[in-house]
Design a protein around this ligand. Structure first.
Ligand code: BES
Ligand code: ZN
Ligand code: ZN
Length: 499
């Protein structure tokens, strides 16, 4: 997709169509709508008169009009975006995405967007571009027919008074973020026979080469040597060897707090059968996305490498397959993690926390002072928060607050659940230091978090349970159904705020 930023007259843009977000309550008799009414020879006013369009959120109206200029648009899409006060900088991404999908369906190849909203030109262009890119992601990679061949291939972003340098910077940033989100979504959508732990590592290496990140892949021998008995226990039942993927971003010049190292750590279970605590067959296919946390780390690191913030970031992905087999862990096995803690495995389906235990301990050993881990960790978070909010828990309230705020700015919801000694007590084991599950039916999401917390020493730490938000079962105006790429934009904000 090609992007161009202009500060010239919107109606004069070289494109097949024009698109404008419209607020509820705007009148065709004044302001922008009045201009558009003039452009369309009164068609905006008639649309309003017929009460066909009022700017309600999610509504859309396409107007065809005579535009005599050569190469000039002759269609105008009005996109209802609801109340103006709710139209945030990130809303531009959803509006741009909705317009892109609208035109793509109708095989219209190019359009000009007047993004509106009060944000600066860089932010506005960035959101417009990211929204357009992520909106065209589809699940049909493996279809040989009935594939969606239609695509919008050109977007002109019109921002009145914007400097060319700002437009370019916004477009570059939007491309980096949008393509990185799609990179993550593509991984999450890959079938587990194709995306094995080793294949995930190879994709990480190829991506790292492409964007200039350092990438190290630890094999099983290395992990055993380092004492990662918890992570390795999950891999025992699988023919596929586990991999620990380590990505390092180092800025040319560092401006952050001295000694601070942010680490992003992800659960990369390429398929979760549950192991010996086997999951029911129905719905098990969904468990191919159980590597979404890891894919989120890879996508975020990709974007960071392209955007070049002035702080270092460490990315760690534990890529493992959870299978039942003669060699698999049994409920009641005891294993030792790399920090020396012993774990009684009472349910082999609570495997995400077992691999994250060693992955977060490794991140801290590598010098991390702040750790965000992300994982499709519990079914319980879906019951609590649905697919709207990501569950967040942590050991430092300011750090949690900061991430929640980064999410708000990105348009991504995080909702905090509590942790604390009363919860931690519930994973004490009779025979080992801790057990990998809490009492049945009680605070399942929190139990996952307090388990991981046992492997964090001094670092500030936050845990994101993205089981509900990493996959969306329904199509949205701006987004196909399937993997969402959730948390990437929020984490980029977090990294950039540390500069
Ligand atoms: N990957 C699952 C969590 C999950 C479940 C994600 C459903 C998305 C949809 C995780 O490994 C798991 O199986 N968790 C168990 C934990 C339980 C055994 C304590 C769960 O949530 O049931
Ligand atoms: Zn599981
Ligand atoms: Zn799992």
């Amino acid at each position: 997709m090609k992007f161009q930023g202009i500060s010239a007259q919107f109606a004069d843009a070289n494109a097949d169509a024009l698109a404008v977000p419209v607020f509820k309550g705007e009148k065709p008799s004044d302001g922008l709508l009045k201009e558009l009414d003039k452009l369309t020879g009164g068609l905006v006013a008639s649309l309003y008169k017929a009460e066909d369009f009022k700017g309600d959120s999610g509504s859309e109206a396409l107007i065809r009009f005579e535009n005599r200029g050569k190469g000039k648009a002759s269609r105008l899409l009005l996109l209802g975006v609801g109340d103006e006060k709710d139209y945030k900088p990130h809303s531009v991404a959803a509006a741009s995405g909705a317009a892109t999908r609208f035109f793509r369906k109708r095989n219209i190849k190019s359009f000009a967007l007047l993004p509106r909203g009060g944000a600066d030109a860089v932010t506005t262009a960035q959101n417009a571009v990211q929204g357009a890119i992520t909106s065209q992601f589809e699940l049909d990679k493996y279809k040989t027919k009935d594939k969606n061949e239609k695509a919008v291939n050109s977007l002109v972003i019109c921002i009145d008074g914007a400097k060319p340098a700002d437009l370019k910077r916004g477009i570059d940033r939007g491309e980096a973020i949008g393509e990185s989100m799609n990179f993550t979504r593509d991984l999450a959508n890959e079938p587990p026979n194709i995306l094995t732990p080793s294949e995930m590592a190879r994709r990480a290496q190829a991506m790292a080469r492409e964007v200039g990140l350092k990438c190290e892949v630890l094999d099983e021998a290395k992990m055993i040597k380092m004492g990662m008995g918890s992570l390795m226990s999950v891999s025992l039942g699988s023919e596929q060897p586990a991999r620990l993927i380590v990505l390092r971003y180092t800025p040319a010049r560092s401006t952050g707090k001295k000694g601070d190292l942010l680490a992003l750590v992800g659960k990369g279970i390429t398929f979760d059968t549950g192991g010996i605590s086997l999951k029911p067959g129905e719905g098990m296919d969904a468990m191919k996305y159980d590597m979404s946390g890891g894919a989120t780390v890879l996508g975020t690191m990709r974007a960071i490498a392209l955007m070049k913030p002035s702080v270092p970031v460490l990315g760690v992905v534990a890529a493992v397959e959870n299978m039942p087999d003669g060699k698999a862990s049994r409920p009641s096995d005891v294993v030792t993690a790399m920090n020396g803690k012993t774990i009684e495995i009472l349910n082999t389906d609570a495997e995400g926390r077992l691999i994250l235990a060693d992955a977060v301990a490794y991140a801290e050993q590598q010098g991390a002072t702040r750790i965000v881990d992300m994982a499709t960790l519990t079914g319980a978070v879906i019951i609590a928060l649905g697919d709207i909010n990501t569950g967040i828990m942590g050991n430092d309230q300011d750090f949690v607050d900061e991430i929640v705020e980064c999410g708000r700015e990105a348009g991504e919801g995080f909702w905090q659940l509590p942790v604390g000694p009363e919860y931690s007590k519930q994973i004490r084991s009779d025979i080992a230091d801790i057990k990998n599950i809490g009492p049945r039916g009680k605070a399942g999401t929190i139990m996952g978090a307090v388990f991981i917390q046992e492997f964090v020493d001094k670092a500030k730490w936050a845990h994101l349970d993205i089981a509900g938000t990493a996959w969306c079962d329904g199509v949205k105006p701006h987004q196909a159904k399937g993997p969402t790429g959730v948390a990437i934009r929020s984490l980029i904000n977090l990294v950039e705020k540390s500069q």
